[in-house]
Design a protein around this ligand. Structure first.
Ligand SMILES: [Zn+2]
Length: 296
């Protein structure tokens, strides 16, 4: 092998190493991964811990997930203790100090947005899974846009060479989301009240002006009793509830029974769908909007 060939070969071998220099971003949930990918574009790599169709409160903290955290430059979470039951042990296992809460490599979307569902005091009685306020902000497209900007800020610090590109992508993503809201908000105006299984849709329903008047769970994370369901049926009749919104992982016997007893329409409202980056996130929001718009 002559010297020139040797140098070429060495350079080729080094290429993947150079490519690995792009920020490695780990997101806890599929939608957060899509928001992060919308911002990172070709300049970063995104890995998501939870799968589409999993309850985001209850993900099994498999040690294999910690391997991704070990090499992460940035961790994107929902925050407000949403991942409190499964993420802290994984961060500890990863031994990656850069992505611990409070570090530059840790972003909780909730820290960037106006939080809803705050309580006067932290309350974990009765197994409450929303002790610090409602963590399901990613179902509001405009809050997702705010979080995209926060992610861009952080990526710009980690990878200053591509700072402008991160900011540009976050702005473009925000414009697409605002356009979607502008189209759908008037379309959903005057929508009938709804009931949902879990308190997942607070941010979404408030953005589009749809009242959520009750929940199948008596408290977030608590299973319904017969007595609670009887009260809920009264509420559904009194408030002329037209739809029951259910997360795919809560679709089952109880919701079907409430729907058939009340006559309200059962609507599958996913908080995660498959799809890449901005398109994937928008597909989820469009799926929610279409669900909310059925028969209206
Ligand atoms: Zn929740």
């Amino acid at each position: 092998m002559n010297k020139f060939k040797y140098i070429m070969l060495t350079m080729l071998l080094l290429l993947p190493v150079v490519a690995d220099a792009e920020p490695y971003i780990v997101a806890t949930l599929p939608a957060l991964g899509q928001i992060a990918a919308a911002v990172a574009g070709e300049d970063g790599k995104v890995k998501v811990l939870a799968r589409v169709g999993q309850d985001p409160h209850f993900v099994l903290p498999k040690p294999t997930l910690a391997r991704h955290l070990a090499k992460a430059d940035l961790l994107v979470t929902a925050g407000l203790a949403l991942e409190g039951g499964w993420l802290p042990p994984l961060i500890a296992l990863s031994r990656n100090n850069r992505i611990r809460p409070g570090q530059a490599g840790y972003v909780a979307g909730a820290d960037a947005i106006e939080v809803l569902g705050m309580m006067d005091k932290v309350d974990r009685s009765m197994g409450d899974v929303h002790p610090e306020g409602n963590p399901h902000w990613w179902l509001d497209p405009l809050r997702a846009a705010v979080v995209a900007s926060a992610i861009a800020e952080r990526l710009a610090k980690i990878d200053p060479d591509h700072a402008a590109a991160y900011h540009q992508r976050a702005t473009a993503f925000g414009k697409r989301l605002q356009a979607l809201v502008n189209i759908w908000k008037p379309r959903l105006a005057g929508a009938t009240s709804v009931v949902s299984y879990h308190d997942s849709y607070l941010y979404f329903s408030q953005r589009f002006g749809i009242p959520v008047v009750g929940f199948i769970e008596p408290k977030p994370g608590v299973e319904a009793s017969t007595r609670h369901l009887d009260t809920l049926l009264t509420v559904i009749a009194r408030e002329h509830v037209g739809q029951i919104w259910v997360e795919p992982y809560h679709m089952g016997r109880i919701v079907k029974r409430v729907a058939s007893l009340s006559g309200a329409e059962l609507v599958n409202m996913p908080d995660a769908v498959d799809g890449e980056g901005a398109d994937g996130y928008l597909a989820m929001i469009e799926s929610l909007l279409k669900g909310a718009g059925v028969g209206r």
